[in-house]
Ligand binder design. Structure first.
Ligand code: SF4
Ligand code: SF4
Length: 445
């Protein structure tokens, strides 16, 4: 019934438009989440002593344990473990470290983002300003933020080599005359110039790890590459515009600049999804290998695709076990004992025989400690020490000479084998030293 006379608007049947397939998760978001996580780890590592060198005091902190530079076995296993870990990551996943975890890349992208944020905001809020003024104001804002960020980043970076509280004191007093203060100022300047001028150019011109990763890749390494067998590329070039490294992935997957970030995968998928097509750029194992999305066994999905990769994982496990064994055998109070043979023995007026020894205690823990020395298999022996237990402060080394004094005893020889037992008060077990006590022949009973 046409009763009202009001012309009805034609109904637009929304559901007649072709429904877009749901967007796939974006590698960009995954990367940004990992960037945030890596940034927090980068800041936390030196402050929690998970990994840090203390160059002035010659210490290396690993997994919360203070290691002395002299603890070679632990340092060796730690460094070899980290080295092979980097080799394995490069061999399996190409330059994923560069794009997902490297501080240089994280802060380069961040500084690009801040710069463009200032430009957008100034253009939006002050459209009538002359172009030159807009450029100057946005540059000033960007440099001010980057200046503060450079001080912070340089502080965190230098904390990997100098104790953070000590560094903070130097920063607070604007120390520019000691080595630590000058290093902090130089690192700040380099950081500022890096993130204003160099950014991603660093990765393709200076960074040795970038070149190393290129050499470690092979036919089973994860790559980003372009496949267009049906010639469906619409030449929108979004994949080129999005690339921070300034390359066109369609020219091939082995370009040295490509850091396998996957931003071009997201870009192509975003464009072609609107046309009901699939992305032409993918993560794949090797140039013609399986795509990352394809079904495969779990170990293949992890990248374990040949014997070489299994061998590298086994080497990592070997160093991890070596590191674990070296750490578990470590003593926080190290005791060294040696005889002083400048004078073989002394005989005092009461007829007691003296042999001199030197003890060295190195307290590698953060608590003060003391060590009690005693002898076994040397009848009547006493130690000429001022105290029954030698105190040694946290982080300190104590060296002391003392005599072991023995009365003539039945059955003694020119050379008497005995043991010295060093027992620390920190709950660690005693250390035993085998040694010899020399006596004059005429003192034999
Ligand atoms: S984004 Fe995809 S469709 Fe566009 S140019 Fe790159 S490969 Fe071709
Ligand atoms: S080509 Fe793609 S994967 Fe490679 S760096 Fe550029 S955006 Fe990242």
């Amino acid at each position: 019934m046409e009763s009202s006379g009001v012309k009805q608007k034609p109904q637009i049947a929304k559901n007649r438009l072709p429904a877009l397939p749901p967007p796939r998760f974006a590698y960009h978001q995954v990367r940004k989440a990992i960037h945030l996580l890596c940034f927090l780890i980068f800041v936390a590592l030196p402050f929690t002593n998970v990994m840090r060198f203390d160059i002035p005091n010659q210490r290396f902190y690993f997994a919360g344990t203070e290691l002395w530079i002299s603890e070679f076995s632990i340092l060796f296993f730690s460094l070899m473990f980290l080295l092979f870990l980097l080799v394995a990551v490069s061999m399996l996943y190409g330059r994923m470290y560069c794009s997902y975890a490297c501080p240089q890349m994280i802060f380069s992208e961040w500084s690009l983002g801040v710069e463009s944020w200032f430009r957008r905001k100034i253009n939006k809020h002050y459209p009538k300003w002359p172009a030159r003024t807009k450029t100057w104001v946005s540059a000033l804002g960007f440099y001010a933020v980057l200046g503060v960020a450079s001080v912070f980043l340089a502080f965190v970076f230098t904390s990997y080599f100098v104790e953070p509280r000590d560094l903070l004191r130097r920063l607070a007093s604007l120390d520019m005359h000691t080595a630590g203060g000058i290093t902090g100022a130089v690192v700040t300047l380099i950081t500022f110039l890096d993130f204003t001028l160099l950014r991603q150019h660093f990765c393709t011109t200076v960074c040795p790890y970038g070149y190393l990763q290129g050499m470690l890749g092979d036919k089973n390494t994860l790559l980003v590459h372009y496949r267009d067998d049906e010639k469906t590329c619409i030449e929108c070039k979004k994949c080129v515009r999005i690339c921070h490294m300034g390359i066109d992935i369609r020219q091939g997957p082995f370009q040295i600049e490509c850091i396998h970030c996957g931003e071009c995968v997201d870009a192509c998928e975003d464009v072609l999804r609107r046309l009901g097509r699939k992305t032409l750029i993918h993560y794949a194992w090797g140039e013609k290998g399986e795509l990352l999305e394809e079904k495969a066994s779990w170990y293949k999905k992890l990248g374990l695709r040949d014997a070489k990769r299994i061998a590298v994982i086994l080497v990592i496990l070997f160093y991890a076990c070596g590191l674990y064994a070296a750490m578990s055998m470590r003593r926080s109070v190290l005791v060294q004992l040696s005889p002083v043979r400048a004078e073989l023995y002394k005989v005092d007026p009461a007829g007691f025989v003296h042999n001199t020894f030197r003890v060295k205690l190195a307290n590698r823990s953060r608590q003060d400690s003391s060590v009690r020395l005693s002898t076994v298999d040397l009848p009547g022996a006493s130690l000429s020490l001022p105290r029954s237990a030698l105190p040694v402060k946290a982080g300190a080394i104590l060296e002391q000479e003392f005599d072991i004094v023995v009365p003539p005893f039945r059955g003694s020889l020119d050379v008497n084998h005995f043991r010295v037992i060093a027992t620390p008060d920190n709950g660690e077990g005693p250390t035993e030293f085998e040694s010899t006590f020399l006596m004059p022949p005429e003192k034999k009973p």
